[in-house]
Design a protein around this ligand. Structure first.
Ligand SMILES: [Zn+2]
Ligand SMILES: [Zn+2]
Length: 292
């Protein structure tokens, strides 16, 4: 079953033509619990891994878990094939992005690692993958299948101050008349996503590439939730909307499987944002984290 974000309830271009310059496409991945195979795009699923390449480990000090334990295996987070998410900036000769991370605390969050691969060189189908004992449960994703959907983002925290100032009165008026807040309901798509704007919960931090010095691009966001107590009104997919009542009337576990399907939690409903430099040939990357 596909997942479809409802169209924005208001005509953004008519109401706020100034936003046109800041519009960006983003791909909501819509993870949902499932049983993905190694040749499928997934969150927390098995990866298509090159037989000749050793599984990556984290050598950092993890306090009580490191002494004598040796290096700890990373865990699969995302596998994205070009056929499913062509919007990703695949370096030439590659058609799959694999994101793994070390599921122990690295400054309040796990430590991600990225691999761009040519799937035809990946013959070792790894179906059993490690889940290191003692890792943070909040950082171990439950396997999910994906339902990529392209939608439009408008900036919230990233909207320049002068534009926000110029639009303030109109935002307020529309909010009063319709009940839709630009910031909470109409701007940045919520959830796990590729491209567009990060789902910041605090002041943005855009890293510069350590190799060339240019500002890096937002590659993808791994979020604690697909929507919150406000954003569900516009970002809850049509297919997940109950026939009667709202999503908040569902039993807790039923809602949880729609709101936080992989069972990830970063701080207090935070997000991990991955950035990449598209100018440098070896695609340097880094990450940032914030929460409310
Ligand atoms: Zn580590
Ligand atoms: Zn660079």
């Amino acid at each position: 079953m596909a997942r479809t974000t409802p169209p924005r309830p208001l005509d953004m271009q008519l109401l706020f033509p100034e936003l046109a310059a800041y519009r960006k496409d983003t791909v909501r991945l819509h993870p949902r619990p499932g049983n993905p195979g190694p040749r499928e795009s997934s969150l927390g699923g098995p990866l298509l891994w090159p037989q000749s390449v050793d599984w990556p480990h984290c050598d950092d000090d993890h306090g009580q878990f490191s002494p004598g334990a040796g290096a700890l295996p990373l865990v699969p987070v995302l596998q994205l094939f070009a056929a499913d998410v062509p919007e990703l900036p695949f370096p030439s000769g590659t058609d799959v992005l694999q994101v793994l991370w070390c599921p122990f605390e690295h400054g309040y969050i796990p430590q991600p690692k990225l691999y761009w691969r040519d799937s035809s060189t990946c013959v070792g189908e790894l179906t059993e993958y490690p889940r290191p004992a003692g890792a943070e449960e909040d950082y171990l994703p439950d396997p999910c299948v994906l339902h990529p959907e392209q939608v439009v983002d408008y900036p919230s925290w990233d909207l320049p101050d002068e534009v926000a100032e110029a639009l303030k009165e109109r935002f307020d008026r529309v909010g009063k008349e319709t009940g839709y807040s630009y910031w909470q309901h109409l701007s940045v798509a919520d959830g796990v996503k590729v491209g567009g704007y990060p789902t910041w919960t605090q002041e943005p931090f855009w890293p510069d590439c350590s190799a060339c010095g240019q500002r890096m691009a937002h590659l993808l966001t791994v979020n604690s939730a697909e929507f919150d107590g406000a954003s569900w009104r516009t970002w809850l997919p049509v297919e997940d909307t109950p026939d009667t009542g709202t999503i908040w009337d569902l039993p807790y576990e039923d809602r949880r499987l729609i709101q936080s399907p992989p069972g990830l939690m970063f701080g207090d409903m935070g997000g991990i944002y991955l950035f990449i430099c598209q100018q440098c040939p070896d695609r340097p990357y880094t990450h940032w984290f914030d929460c409310s």
